[in-house]
Design a protein around this ligand. Structure first.
Ligand code: ZN
Length: 202
């Protein structure tokens, strides 16, 4: 399986990092070795001093497909969850400065926290409320109505370049409020009032 991630898909987040709002989706991938599931702790890696959380709605692909048209997209994902796209912001800054790819800052082991999944048909894809609580404080809050590229557009666009397989995950982008973690922090992700994941930084 592969993990496809979308960068700068909420305007308020693009602006908080002084990035332009994109006119086409910004795509990068993480390998399956990036997955961190079952509420396991995240071990702070020694290669970075500035690991950031980014909470994101995650889609799970349930049907193989390529060149999927937007009006058929609902057939291709059946689960919606929430995760964290952990980012080594210091390394990413170096990559950006040099014009290098981001993988080294984004795709490292256990950088993709994924929590529980819920049946997609219980959500309006344009009105999913989600949030991240750090040590009891609300640090990120988003709603998919604010996506620059919605789920249908993303799946159409991604599948025009990369064949989607059952089990592939799409991280749909983070809203404003990203920030650093330190050892001992506790991150809890919510969709509405439902706790979707917990992650302790060790
Ligand atoms: Zn992200």
């Amino acid at each position: 399986m592969k993990i496809i991630c979308i960068g700068r898909n909420y305007k308020d987040h693009a602006l908080e990092l002084n990035n332009p709002v994109p006119s086409t989706p910004i795509i990068f991938m993480k390998p399956s070795t990036a997955l961190l599931i079952n509420n396991k702790p995240f071990y702070y890696p020694e290669f970075s001093n500035d690991i950031h959380y980014e909470v994101e709605v995650v889609l799970r692909i349930c049907k193989n497909g390529r060149h999927i048209q937007t009006n058929f997209v609902q057939e291709y994902y059946n689960k919606i969850g929430l995760g964290i796209d952990f980012t080594a912001r210091d390394i990413q800054r170096l990559c950006k400065d040099k014009g290098h790819p981001w993988e080294i800052a984004k795709a490292f082991d256990h950088s993709a926290v994924v929590g529980k999944f819920y049946s997609a048909d219980q959500f309006d894809p344009h009105n999913i409320n989600f949030s991240l609580i750090k040590n009891g404080d609300l640090v990120q809050q988003g709603n998919t109505r604010d996506l620059i590229f919605d789920f249908a557009y993303l799946i159409q666009y991604i599948s025009s370049r990369f064949t989607l397989h059952i089990g592939d995950l799409i991280f749909t982008g983070t809203p404003a409020g990203v920030g650093p973690v330190k050892i001992g922090d506790q991150l809890d992700g919510f969709i509405d009032k439902n706790k979707v994941f917990s992650c302790t930084i060790k």
